[in-house]
Design a protein around this ligand. Sequence first.
Ligand code: FAD
Ligand code: NAD
Length: 475
Amino acid sequence: MSESYDVIVIGGGPAGYPAAIRAGQHGLKVACIDEWKNYDGTHAFGGTCLNAGCIPSKALLESTELYHRAKEEFAIHGIKLGSVAFDVAAMQKRKAGIVKSSTQGILALFKAAKVTPLAGHGKLLPDRRVEFTALDGKVQVLEAKHVVLASGSQPIELKSAPFDGKQIVDSWGALEFAEVPKRLGVIGAGVIGLELGSVWRRLGAEVVVLEAMDTFLAIADQQLAKEAQKHFRKQGLDIKLGARVSGAKVENGAVTVSYTDAKGQQSLVVDRLVVAVGRRPHTAGLLAEGTGVELDERGFVKVDDECRTAVPNVWAVGDCVRGPMLAHKGKEEGVMVADLVAGHHSEVNYRTIPSVIYTAPEIAWVGQTEEQVKASGRPYKVGSFPFMASGRARAMEAGQGFAKVVAAQDDDEILGVHIIGPMAGELIAEAVLAMEYSASTEDLQRTIHAHPTLSEALHEAALAADKIAIDFPNK
Ligand code: FAD
Ligand code: NAD
């Protein structure tokens, strides 16, 4: 007799493991199957986010930002350090330690929620049966009342610059460099290009970023994008827009990248090339013939707003379905599905998913950009407040950037908040909460913010929307 579960989750990343934990919290019998393998061949739960994405990238961003500040800013505070040096091996070791404890932590969370972890490959068969191939090759067919597909995504490979794992690498490879490349090329000025470009630039690499689009950070509010571009240029990230890569040749330990831009055919020689042009859903080997689960034209598992696939009681969440590829989006979907499976009401508010780019200054937003609101035709107002007018930001030597609120003219509802500046990724949480409750700028205006804090910038931006800011002249 095959083992039977209430819920089997395939994929133990930030979408799959929260689905399993919440289902366990509901008292359901749950298994979570995951096949992730690290470079050293060891298995770990946590998916891309914990092993090769959010967590290791933030660990390196923190270390390199501290180094940069020690070198450039400590003297301004009157702190004399003498010479400041870095040790890439020590940074990588710290990062690996954080990753390991985080991924092992998932097993402890599974234990607490009575989730059975199954290390190996999962394949959905017809009738909600799942073929599980353990790491030792042993195959078992399991049965489930509900199956949640959470198989995640993989980096997109360019035909013109295929990965070789040494000179031409994906984002995971770029997180593992044992030394600082003298010349680093990055294809794609998206979130990964900017974060990882910053990491290696801060340690002294000459970084050139080739971006196909003519517009920088086209997904962001353009006032925010322009401010960001100014800072990245100042930091020495050489971002070339409208650059279309046609080839990359590895020779004598260097990569020659050919591309065309407005000036015609160009070439660039670098020691390492990172290709970060987006990610695609990972569904290879996930679905047997005849399951009835449908994929769309881009390979995403087709789901409705509640993450139901075309097959009853088969659900899909996270990067393998439509929507932004963000860990917290996947987590909310995983939790929602587990709640729905257990018969509880649940939903994801897709209008309030925040985006954060963990550069310096940090960039964060939620809701609509000013361009989107303008295009919608709805009359709107904008309030913004520069961090250089924030006492706390100035005390921190972090007076770059601004907070911006876009709100409806008619009923004052906040439609979008865009922040570039210190701790923007933390500050945006207030805006997300405000928008979750359909707050107006008046609600933010009447909310008391401690002084001196960075959060006052959002308060003042809300006041500025009605031209009643106190700490900055109203325009
Ligand atoms: P994944 O994390 O990809 O997990 C899927 C898991 O399923 C994997 O372990 C995979 O091995 C396993 N799997 C797949 N198929 C099978 C199968 N058939 N059987 C068994 N197991 C299977 N997002 C943020 O929100 N914030 C960030 O700061 C951030 N930083 C990032 C930095 C980098 C460098 C990268 C690459 C991504 C980053 N992301 C970030 C994106 C984030 O990592 C993803 O959105 C998130 O990991 C998606 O979660 P998921 O669970 O859907 O998929
Ligand atoms: P992205 O979509 O953010 O950026 C890819 C960039 O590459 C775009 O600007 C695109 O125009 C450009 N591009 C595409 N094809 C190109 C080509 N042939 N030549 C030059 N440029 C090209 O994707 P990413 O940076 O690879 O990140 C992948 C996913 O991971 C994203 O969905 C992102 O949300 C997620 N992620 C999130 C975070 C975070 O939340 N802080 C960090 C890293 C990654």
